[in-house]
Design a protein. Sequence first.
Length: 193
Amino acid sequence: MLANILLLVIDVAASFLTLMLLARFFMQWQRISFRNQLGQFVVSTTDWIVRPLRRFIPGLFGLDMASLLPAWVVQVLLVMFELSLRGAAFSGNTAAVLAGLWGVGLIELIRMMVYLVFAVVLGSAVLSWVSPHAPLAPLLHSIAAPFLRPFRRVIPSIANVDLSPLVLLLVLQIVLMLLAEARNGFAPLLFGG
């Protein structure tokens, strides 16, 4: 019971940090201003790790790798901690175990990205119906726009109702199912297989 409580606390803290790093990554990728309440919160919660890493980790094709790589490392450490707490014995081929940990960490990072996009698209859609002039609405619309754009090209509006968020949310659910299957594929590596 105590182990489960500890795992829950560590999982929440690691997931929060990962989501903040991913939010920073997405906002910089989309060139969204951090001069808003959410942007300032994201910067305040991630500056302690991103700023020092920028000296060593350069950007790649305009992507902020100093935000993305620590998010991946956090997920790898979380997977390793969770498996260790559950009594997994990492034995056998060390290279296979490391590849498995980094692979599962990558799957978990992508899963967190999907959850973040899911929340942003859902929040953007709800705000567009309920309160289109809310201070957070332009920020969410800006982050959601590149993900919705391909669907808006294909799916026409029906009576001025944009159905592309619903289709994107369905696609994201399918991606989450595929990621769960991909994670299971790394299980043999985690135990030295």
